[in-house]
Design a protein around this ligand. Structure first.
Ligand code: ADP
Length: 485
């Protein structure tokens, strides 16, 4: 098995620079690049959404459109190809009904059909690529249909039976549950009902876990957390059964794309040796947020989807108390309407201390990472989390709930003062969250200690290199397990 070059097809619903909703896109944009740097042939496959315009990328059509099954009928799909600036070949599946006619990635009533169709299109596309992978790396429920199909049908077909599969759980909170008619739609009625699935329903996340050769999560701690019913929920028993095939590999970030020394989106570029120049970014952020421009006041920032799993409901009681102190708070995020309303009501009460940006804005996200003092991430659960990692790289000190990848990446000031990169709190409660923030606010007053926290975070290695090597080991193990049958 040794060192031969692996051929991997990486499947994702979103990928930087084509379409991004959250961290999955960052991973799908960065990890294939890191594999290629290790000498492997990794290619990416994503849907072509309407938002991915042909004038932004050099697209080339490959061959003729091919039919993809859909219920009793078929739909024609075009295969298009491009290569990223980092030399990663990318295949995009272009249909007229489910993807290219819509701008958004998720959030449609027919998402189960859309992604079942994406899965069937991937399977149908493989013989048209002029290239056959050894490994299918499926990510989250949107692509779980592929390892499921391989386990039931592909294993009996000459062109597909060699394909080993790795299924990565980026977030167990989104499972892709729908009625079993989806199997008729995908022409996969043979898929067995799993004990953990609700009666008459299919849970694609569960199917991916049950059918892939190997399964991993995006941090070691989260691989443990999901064995606890409080996090694993209905899937805990299945995950326990698959424990010998389950592990965690910590996400990294693309350190070229996330680099405060070169980031064109921030007003003042800086690195560790010019850390004092970071103050320019803080002032610019305060100005953009229409808050008093003051260097002495601690500025707390958040960049987040506004979702239950991110602990947004805990913000109301936390901020009510925290904003009574001399602090400022900025939040960039979008998501559930009830959270938009709750945050707007809070802002109305603290207009000179808090500013909201309720939208998706990549450049502003970067300015927040580069300008805030404290990056707050009170996620209820967190498979890995990239926000806190980016924050540390940009010299902001994270305050996080000690769960999943947050626990694996942030070293608490009071636990290990010398190595500390931030503050972790537990349990998940407004009191503990407030306490975490208050501890950070106290240390903020000591310039020397604060700079040590910033410096430790900026020096930490969150590049993909180590994790990509671990994935290569997983690919090799998946191939071995697959060969054993
Ligand atoms: P998740 O994938 O659960 O959303 P992560 O922390 O893993 O959480 O990744 C979030 C990614 O999405 C980060 O790159 C973050 O900067 C980005 N992001 C989240 N919300 C926004 C927003 N409103 N505008 C710009 N970027 C955002």
């Amino acid at each position: 098995m040794g060192k031969e070059k692996l051929k991997v097809l990486f499947l994702s619903a979103e990928a930087v620079p084509f379409a991004k909703v959250g961290g999955l896109a960052d991973v799908a944009g960065a990890l294939p690049k890191a594999f290629r740097a290790l000498g492997h042939d990794v290619r990416l496959m994503i849907p072509r959404y309407g938002s991915i315009r042909s004038n932004q990328f050099a697209f080339e059509k490959l061959g003729k459109p091919f039919p993809v099954v859909r219920g009793p009928g078929e739909e024609l799909v075009h295969l298009i190809h491009t290569t990223t600036a980092d030399d990663v070949p990318v295949y995009l599946l272009w249909d007229e009904k489910y993807f290219s006619a819509r701008e958004r990635v998720y959030g449609f009533d027919d998402d189960p059909q859309r992604f079942a169709f994406f899965g069937r299109a991937i399977i149908a596309a493989l013989p048209h690529l002029d290239w056959m992978p050894d490994i299918i790396h499926a990510n989250d429920w949107h692509t779980a249909i592929v390892p499921t199909w391989l386990a039931y049908e592909g294993r009996y077909l000459r062109e597909y039976r060699h394909l080993a599969s790795l299924f990565t759980i980026h977030n167990l909170a989104y499972q892709g549950i729908s009625g079993r008619l989806i199997l008729t739609f995908a022409r996969m009625d043979y898929v067995k009902h799993l004990d953990v699935e609700p009666p008459g329903q299919v849970n694609w996340m569960a199917q991916g876990i049950a059918n892939a050769d190997l399964v991993n999560t995006v941090s070691p701690r989260y691989a443990q957390d999901i064995l606890n019913p409080a996090v694993g929920g209905d899937l805990t028993t299945l995950l326990e059964q698959r424990q010998d095939r389950l592990c965690g590999v910590l996400n990294g970030i693309d350190t070229d794309l996330w680099n405060p020394a070169t980031d064109p989106a921030i007003p003042q570029q800086f690195d560790l040796s010019t850390l004092q120049m970071r103050a320019v970014n803080k002032a610019a952020l305060q100005q953009q947020a229409r808050l008093p421009v003051r260097s002495d006041v601690p500025l707390v920032g958040m960049v987040t989807r506004l979702d239950y799993v991110k602990g947004i409901d805990s913000l109301e009681p936390i901020l009510e108390h925290a904003l009574a102190n001399d602090i400022q708070f900025v939040l960039l995020g979008t998501g559930q309407p009830e959270y938009h309303e709750m945050l707007q009501a809070l802002q109305a009460r603290f207009p000179d201390k808090m500013q909201l940006f309720l939208r998706y804005d990549e450049a502003l996200a970067r300015r927040i990472y580069a300008g805030c003092d404290i990056f707050f991430m009170p996620s209820r659960f967190e498979p890995c989390g990239l926000g806190q990692i980016i924050a540390m790289r940009y010299g902001a000190v994270p305050v996080v709930h000690k769960t999943g990848g947050l626990a694996d990446t942030v070293i608490d000031y009071h636990e290990q003062p010398d190595k500390a990169t931030g503050f972790t709190f537990t349990p998940f409660s407004p009191e503990a969250g407030l306490d975490g923030l208050k501890r950070a606010l106290r240390v903020f007053r000591s310039r020397k200690d604060w700079q040590a926290l910033q410096s430790n975070g900026m020096k930490a290695d969150f590049s993909w290199t180590n994790s990509a090597k671990k994935y290569v080991e997983l690919y090799r193990r998946a191939l071995e397990l697959h060969a054993q049958g």
